[in-house]
Design a protein around this ligand. Structure first.
Ligand SMILES: *[C@@H]1O[C@H](CO)[C@@H](O)[C@H](O)[C@H]1NC(C)=O
Ligand SMILES: *[C@@H]1O[C@H](CO)[C@@H](O)[C@H](O)[C@H]1NC(C)=O
Length: 423
């Protein structure tokens, strides 16, 4: 188990590839260890009558000759060192941790300009110690060179091509942050935005979001689809279930928001919602004067624009990114099935550690209807959570019909409190 992606899609494929890569690296590693050992064995045991011209393969005339033996040993060590270096190089190539080769023919000139280092005019800055400004770009951009070239070919200072979905494709392939900066994103007039808090539960007009690159062209179409576990009719704020979430429990895995807030004994003021669908969690929290940032990508639907139209804060960021928040700042982190599990267990660990980092001691981690595909995954997740030493304030494992497949599936819901760790 262990892959974590915001909304399945391409992200999952990337982790699969990473797994294949790491098996290749493992095989290489094994191969290298075996060859070095065989080599060492050969060097020590080669018999005197093999007269190779290679110095290393010179026979040991006298086994008591320490000088000779130490020469052999140092040669072997050098050989091991060089194969380790070679292995590191191969691993680097496999994982794609290379700098972008700007001498390649299909590199857009705008990308070259963006990546150029800029020396500070007055030399080294005494406070920060830096001497130049560098632009950052995801290391995996290199692996999607063609898409990147397409994305970075645009007219400076004019309208950007209408291709946000191309940008998102790059993000899902690990090319984040995106290097496009010098054009004007397509703008649409947002007429009819309501003032807060009326904006929280009123329908959003089809006319004020971008539909390019999406299968659906209006919210009715989106509401007729089961987009994912977090969004079945989630753009329908009037009828349907969306406006009952977090206030009415449908089954024992659903916690009522006020009950959870009571566990925080009044200290819940700011929160972070991961994979938060259309933002209804943040909306309910806003009614209780709690500010929540909703993390979402626009997979198959205009989530970000919809959340913003409700007067809430959308954070457009993949879960492979380290959260752009300082340590110990949130009172609450809410996570639901937007976190899909697959691939390597470390993938989920990276995410759990980052959630732990941004949550303050005494803050609440709300795992809300987390879909556990099977028993083994449930156990692994439980083990992982227990390692963090959180206090279990609520812990419910239950079965319910899956909204996507209709089959009965196992879900875990929990409210956990981060402990104070003294080092
Ligand atoms: C040991 O080997 C070295 C290098 O071949 C040689 O110069 C030296 O005379 C040898 N010493 C003895 C004691 O055989
Ligand atoms: C939220 O804040 C407003 C303004 O301070 C206050 O009038 C209202 O009662 C608060 N609501 C809740 C649920 O605390």
């Amino acid at each position: 188990m262990g892959s974590v992606s915001l909304k399945i899609g391409d992200g999952t494929a990337r982790f699969k590839r990473a797994t294949i890569c790491s098996s290749a690296v493992n095989i290489l590693m094994l191969f290298s260890v075996i060859t070095t050992n065989l080599f060492a064995l050969y060097a020590f045991t080669s018999s005197p009558d093999h007269h190779n011209q290679n110095h290393l393969h010179q026979p040991l005339h006298d086994h008591k000759n320490i000088t000779l033996i130490s020469q052999h040993v140092s040669l072997i060590l050098r050989e091991i060192d060089s194969s380790q270096k070679k292995l590191a190089r191969m691993e680097k190539e496999l994982l794609g941790y290379e700098t972008i080769d700007l001498s390649r023919p299909n590199i857009a000139s705008e990308l070259k300009l963006f990546l150029q280092h800029h020396q500070l005019p007055l030399g080294k800055d005494s406070k920060t110690g830096i001497t130049e400004m560098v632009a950052s770009v995801g290391h995996f951009c290199e692996k999607s060179a063609d898409l990147l070239a397409q994305y970075m070919t645009y007219k400076v200072s004019s309208q950007c091509p209408d291709d946000w979905s191309l940008g998102q494709k790059l993000i899902l392939r690990g090319c984040e942050p995106l290097p496009r900066r010098r054009c004007f994103a397509k703008s649409i007039s947002k007429v009819g935005l309501l003032s807060f808090p009326a904006s929280l539960w009123k329908p959003v007009s089809d006319k004020i979001v971008t539909w390019s690159g999406l299968g659906c062209k209006n919210f009715d179409c989106l509401n007729s689809k089961k987009l994912n576990r977090e969004c079945v009719g989630c753009f329908d704020l009037g009828k349907g279930y969306e406006n009952q979430r977090y206030v009415k429990a449908k089954n024992k895995n659903d916690f009522v928001l006020d009950d959870v807030l009571a566990l925080g004994s009044g200290g819940i003021r700011i929160g972070f919602d991961i994979g938060g669908g259309s933002g209804s969690f943040a909306a309910r929290m806003a009614e209780r004067n709690v500010t929540v940032v909703t993390n979402t990508l626009n997979i198959d639907a205009p989530y970000s624009e919809f959340i913003a139209a409700r007067g809430l804060f959308p954070l457009y960021l993949s879960l492979d990114h380290r959260f752009p928040f300082y340590d110990n700042v949130f009172d609450l982190v809410h996570v639901s099935s937007g976190l899909d599990i697959g691939g390597k267990p470390e993938k989920l660990e990276f995410l759990m550690f980052d959630i732990d980092r941004i949550l303050r001691a005494g803050g609440l981690f709300w795992l809300d209807n987390f879909y556990c595909a099977n028993d083994e995954k449930k156990r692994a997740l439980t083990r992982l959570i227990e390692r963090f030493g959180y206090k279990k304030l609520k812990w419910v494992i239950g079965e319910k019909a899956d909204v996507i497949t209709g089959k009965s599936e196992v879900y875990l819901s929990a409210v956990l409190q981060k402990p104070v760790r003294v080092s």
